[in-house]
Design a protein around this ligand. Structure first.
Ligand SMILES: [Zn+2]
Length: 323
């Protein structure tokens, strides 16, 4: 199966070592009203992102997924240019963020009266997946959906139904944002709308210390994201690594993908500058700090390769997971 990157289609076995959730550029809607926050020039953003990608390339990475939804400051043109300059596979997404944090006022209002709302949103995604997004017509290779700390709202359920419809219509995989809870609800909802579990990554599961939560999702056939290494304010890496070791020891490696949720260029000044600077570092924490700890604690090299190479390939190819 061909997988859409921002610079054209590739085969699944060309993905290689893959980070499943990083961001070149992102920002909460409203940043554009902050006339005191610095505005980064496009050329400077591109240069910064090229530098980061080259650091990843030096560490053997070939691919990253930037699952920025359409309403969170997504810029597919910048991704396309960075991909073209580096030869790195960047996979962008189509989708909508949660009710709390997404730029959802237009869609939220529409969802209250439009009887065809789910179809309308599904068509937004299907058009992007088929014809491309932005002025450049760059094709997304993944669908992004999100819930929050709260139970899924009606609006979010409609977005999930739309995402599932687009996923089934175009044979595209889905990745989600969670607050390390409700992954089971997301998975049940998506599979009941026809999306196979092996085409779903439940994101940010490493924020939970609940081993049963992790193994339940893996047991149901989904992938779980250990995709926030380095965001110590939410959960220290030590705890994330400890949970990951538990999963590896329980034979769950086949259901885990890895990343950092770094944001290389944050639009506006939503968070303190020191936090933004930490998030904009090249996402190599897993490689440099976590892998040595896992190996020292008894994980095998194959476990690491499974999470960084085999699982992303299988997920994008739509191959069944090994038993
Ligand atoms: Zn993210």
């Amino acid at each position: 199966m061909k997988i859409a990157t921002v610079t054209g289609a590739v085969q699944a076995d060309q993905l290689g070592k893959t980070l499943m959730h990083e961001h070149l550029i992102a920002g909460l809607s409203g940043w554009e009203l902050d006339n005191q926050a610095p505005r980064h020039k496009r050329a400077d953003i591109i240069k910064l992102c090229v530098d980061r990608v080259q650091e990843l390339q030096a560490a053997g990475y070939k691919t990253l997924i930037d699952p920025c939804p359409n309403d969170l400051g997504r810029d597919v043109g910048i991704m396309g240019e960075v991909g073209a300059r580096t030869g790195f596979n960047i996979i962008c997404s189509t989708g909508f963020y949660n009710q709390e944090m997404g730029g959802n006022a237009y869609w939220q209002v529409r969802s209250t009266w439009d009887k065809d709302f789910v179809d309308r949103v599904a068509d937004v995604m299907i058009r992007e997946l088929t014809d491309g997004a932005g002025d450049e017509g760059i094709k997304p290779g993944i669908i992004k959906l999100a819930s929050s700390h709260l139970p899924m709202t009606d609006y979010e359920k409609k977005l999930f139904a739309a995402g599932a419809k687009a996923a089934v219509a175009t044979n595209t995989p889905i990745t989600t944002h969670t607050e390390a809870i409700l992954g089971d609800q997301q998975l049940d909802y998506l599979t009941s709308h026809g999306v196979p579990a092996n085409r779903i990554v439940i994101g940010h599961c490493c924020g939970s210390s609940d081993h049963h939560y992790h193994m339940d999702l893996i047991g149901k056939g989904a992938y779980i994201g250990f995709d926030r290494f380095g965001i110590e304010s939410i959960r220290p890496d030590e705890g994330r690594a400890e949970s990951l070791l538990q999963i590896i020891r329980a034979g769950g490696t086949k259901g885990v993908v890895i990343s950092h949720d770094s944001v290389w260029c944050m639009r506006g000044e939503m968070i303190p500058a020191n936090m933004a600077a930490a998030m904009s570092e090249a996402p190599l924490r897993f490689e440099r700090q976590i892998v040595p700890k896992l190996l020292a604690a008894g994980a095998a090299k194959q476990d690491i390769d499974a999470m960084l190479v085999d699982n992303p390939r299988r997920y994008f190819a739509g191959e069944a997971r090994p038993a």
